[in-house]
Every structure is written in structure tokens, then in C-alpha cells.
Ligand binder design. Structure first.
Ligand SMILES: *[C@@H]1O[C@H](CO)[C@@H](O)[C@H](O)[C@H]1NC(C)=O
Ligand SMILES: *[C@@H]1O[C@H](CO)[C@@H](O)[C@H](O)[C@H]1NC(C)=O
Length: 218
């Protein structure tokens, strides 16, 4: 009997918190982010609604391809609350991702959002890995859509001979990105070599080599 009550309690708990797994809902029509405010709430403080303008809800930055001449041959251009203050508390955002031939958006996770991509041009090998360590992957082409569930490690790679691009949608105003390689090998201060040698079952030289390749360039 106690076990049954506990089971009901656990299920109720899972339902309540399962339903509020995205960004919190808004409590007013608009809450244009005051990006300069020192007050940090769960999101950004609102500027005076009387001072809101169309510019607070506008962004032209996804119109053109981003520059992909970098280490990974890809560029994510975000259209999130940091670019569009009017998105504050609305729980959605977009990005454009461009890929050079051979370019990769390397394995990463978004702690706060599911991602859905629409291919603008080219073709991509995309995939995500479940917590049961199962790879779900596919090649997607212009006009097609693919989904990366919230929190799971995923990637996109352009194996074609021409550039590729997608528009990505997120159910968060600021999805957050943890790039697996960079979090482990390019953190400041650095993750200790012994953590990485034991984790990857290789020697210090190999770890140092990866760290030097991924070190921030400037
Ligand atoms: C709103 O705009 C008015 C007029 O420009 C200005 O005086 C006021 O300081 C602004 N309020 C905020 C909170 O920015
Ligand atoms: C990438 O290309 C742009 C435009 O051609 C150039 O200004 C920039 O310096 C290049 N960046 C790198 C890292 O080569």
C-alpha cells in the first residue's frame, strides 16, 4: 500500500515537473529585456513597457550566410534574447547555422531546449545520442526537418561538396550550448590532464595535443 502511494506520488511529481520542463511562462504581455540591468532574475529584468519599440522584436542577422572559415568549418548565428530583447520570457528563439563543405557543428548539448532544424540548402549528416547510448542519425537535405531532443548530445556535418545551411528553432529564449570537446579540452582554468587521461584511457601527450589544437586562438 505504501509502495502504491509512493508510486502515485512519484508519477504526480513527474507529471507536474515534466509539464514545466521548458522556459517558465510569461506573466505579462511583454518583458523586453533590459540587457544592461544589474538585476538578474531567472532571465532578464524588463525595461519599461512604455519604452518598447518594434526594434526590440526585430533582427536581420539571419538573412546572410555566416563566415565558416574557422577550425570547425561552421558558424552558428544566434537569434536569441541577447540579440532580440523582446524574446525575454517568451520561451522561443532561432539560430542560423552555416557549414562549409566538410564543416561540422561538433557534438554539443543544449541544457535548456529541444532543437528543430529546417535545411535551407545543401545536405547534412545529423544525429543525436540517447542516454542509453543509442545513436539516432540520418542524412537530411534542403527542405527537410530534424529534431534534437532537449539535453542530448548531437551534431551536424556537411559531407557534401557545396555549402549547407539550416534554420534552427529552440523552445527557450537562451538555449545554452555545451560543446563537448571545448568544455573538456579548452576550459579556463583547464581540466586537469589526469582527469582526461583516465577518462579517455590515453596518455598525457595525446591530451596535451588535443588541448593545444582546441586552445582559443588570439
Ligand atoms: C523611457 O523613455 C523616457 C523618454 O525617452 C525616458 O525618460 C525614461 O527614462 C525611459 N525609461 C526607461 C526605464 O528607460
Ligand atoms: C574569414 O574570412 C573573412 C572574410 O573573407 C576574413 O575577413 C577573416 O579574416 C577570415 N577569418 C579567418 C580566421 O581566416
Amino acid at each position: 500500500m505504501a509502495a502504491a502511494i509512493l508510486a502515485v506520488f512519484v508519477m504526480t511529481f513527474a507529471m507536474v515537473f515534466g509539464n514545466s520542463a521548458a522556459d517558465p511562462d510569461l506573466l505579462q504581455d511583454i518583458c523586453v529585456a533590459d540587457l544592461t540591468s544589474a538585476t538578474k532574475v531567472n532571465g532578464f529584468a524588463c525595461k519599461d513597457a512604455a519604452n518598447a519599440t518594434a526594434e526590440d522584436f526585430f533582427f536581420a542577422g539571419l538573412a546572410k550566410p555566416g563566415l565558416t572559415n574557422n577550425t570547425f568549418g561552421s558558424l552558428v548565428t544566434a537569434a536569441n534574447v541577447q540579440k532580440i530583447p523582446g524574446l525575454n520570457t517568451l520561451g522561443v528563439s532561432l539560430a542560423r547555422i552555416d557549414y562549409a563543405p566538410g564543416g561540422i557543428n561538433p557534438p554539443h548539448t543544449h541544457p535548456r531546449a529541444t532543437e528543430i532544424v529546417f535545411v535551407l540548402e545543401g545536405a547534412l549528416n545529423v544525429g543525436f545520442i540517447t542516454t542509453a547510448n543509442k545513436l539516432i542519425s540520418k542524412t537530411i537535405s534542403k527542405g527537410e526537418v530534424f529534431v534534437f531532443p532537449k539535453g542530448l548530445v548531437h551534431f551536424q556535418k556537411n559531407n557534401g561538396k557545396v555549402p549547407a545551411a539550416v534554420i534552427a528553432g529552440f523552445n527557450s529564449q537562451l538555449q545554452g550550448t555545451a560543446n563537448i570537446a571545448l568544455t573538456l579540452f579548452a576550459a579556463t582554468p583547464p581540466v586537469a590532464d589526469d582527469v582526461l587521461t583516465t577518462t579517455f584511457q590515453v596518455g598525457t601527450k595525446q591530451i596535451e595535443k588535443i588541448k593545444s589544437r582546441l586552445a582559443p586562438k588570439n
